[in-house]
Design a protein around this ligand. Structure first.
Ligand code: ADP
Ligand code: ADP
Length: 229
């Protein structure tokens, strides 16, 4: 089985009053192998976030099929969601909660038994253990991004998906994030990330799919793609 299999995925957003429906995904087909670091590359508006948000259960697809770790998201949503961790693009947090508290809430949400919780290990891995009791409003953008990565890993999913992980992030933090992503990959996690920077996909990913206007233009090993352009 693939890590993620997407078949003829279509998303039409409801039209604004008096407007036309927006076709965000126009028949996406993708097979993301287990064990890969896979880059979804494309310009703004290509449909990257929509694809990720469907995987995350945040957006309902119009039609098509999606399997995560072999589990169909319609027929087997519990197993599908247990198999994937999502790092969203937006840094939205409740200002009155701390990293330690958010990790516990997330673990509860995913039904991780108390004995199996890894708040300390995960917050240390993203270098936020010192900030575990700080209110989230006091965290920098980079810290929030790292907290989102730690949160996405609470249930130890085999697949981690990051939506534009380094958007608006400085060079030093970008390097740190990449290092951590590489480390997770080395330990066996399948990684999927979206980016609109070719250099980022090139540096990190073994396979790259280019999407535009809601369609897959190509999907191939990074070295083959680079040899062509
Ligand atoms: P990016 O290209 O960085 O993914 P977008 O500008 O496409 O960012 O979208 C940012 C957010 O705004 C997303 O959460 C998306 O769902 C939402 N959004 C984008 N376009 C529209 C739109 N036309 N109407 C309503 N929401 C939108
Ligand atoms: P990307 O992440 O590649 O920038 P998105 O998936 O955010 O692309 O957007 C794909 C298309 O769908 C864009 O044209 C965007 O404006 C539109 N879109 C995204 N979110 C919404 C939304 N919530 N409502 C309406 N249109 C949207």
């Amino acid at each position: 089985d693939a890590a993620i299999e997407i078949r003829n995925l279509v998303k039409r957003y409801a039209p604004p009053k008096g407007g036309e429906a927006k076709v965000a995904l126009d028949g996406i087909d993708l097979t993301i192998p287990r064990g890969s670091i896979f880059g979804l590359l494309g310009p703004n508006g290509a449909g990257k976030s929509t694809t990720i948000n469907i995987l995350a259960g945040l957006v309902n697809k119009t039609s098509g099929g999606v399997r995560i770790w072999g589990f169909d998201i319609d027929r087997n949503p519990r197993n599908a969601r247990a198999s994937i961790g999502i790092v969203p693009q937006e840094l939205v947090f409740d200002a009155f909660f701390t990293p330690a508290e958010m990790m516990e809430v997330q673990a509860g949400l995913y039904g991780v038994p108390k004995a199996d919780r890894r708040t300390e290990e995960l917050l240390k891995a993203v270098r936020l253990w010192d900030k575990r009791d700080a209110y989230s409003r006091t965290l920098s953008g980079g810290m929030k991004r790292r907290l989102l990565v730690a949160k996405a890993m609470v249930h130890n999913p085999p697949v981690l998906v990051l939506d534009e992980p380094t958007a608006g992030v400085d060079i030093e933090l970008r390097q740190q994030l990449w290092d951590y992503v590489r480390e997770l990959h080395a330990r066996g996690t399948t990684i999927v990330l979206t980016t609109h920077y070719l250099e980022e996909a090139e540096e990190l990913c073994d396979t790259i799919a280019i999407i535009n206007h809601g369609r897959v233009l190509c999907c191939e090993p990074t070295q083959d793609l680079l040899a062509r352009i």
